[in-house]
Design a protein. Structure first.
Length: 106
């Protein structure tokens, strides 16, 4: 259970600690931090895991994290895709070459 009363104290601390300056400094950075980001996403509100960020940088980072999480939770294919039967693996090519197979264009 998260103690929500703890969060404002930590977030204010992170903003002040970082001098209200965005720590991400991404391409759309506004410079002045008004939000606090979790460096490692999750419920770790330790000051070491918090950084001051501006709104555009925070939105970009959060968007990437959400996309990564969606990707990770997506069910995996049941089977690995099979290689095309006409494609030789490098080890097969090697053995064909060393056997001097007639008509081998290599
Ligand atoms: Zn920024």
């Amino acid at each position: 259970m998260i103690d929500l009363s703890q969060i404002p104290r930590f977030t204010g601390h992170a903003l002040e600690r970082d001098g209200h300056t965005c720590r991400i400094q991404g391409p759309r950075c506004q410079g002045r931090a008004t939000e606090v980001d979790h460096i490692q996403p999750g419920d770790n509100h330790d000051p070491n895991n918090l950084q001051a960020v501006c709104t555009p940088c925070h939105a970009t980072k959060t968007g990437k994290e959400n996309a990564a999480r969606l990707n990770a939770s997506r069910p995996r294919r049941r089977r690995e895709p099979e290689p095309h039967p006409g494609i030789l693996r490098p080890d097969e090519m090697q053995s064909r070459r060393s056997q001097g197979v007639a008509g081998d264009p290599l």
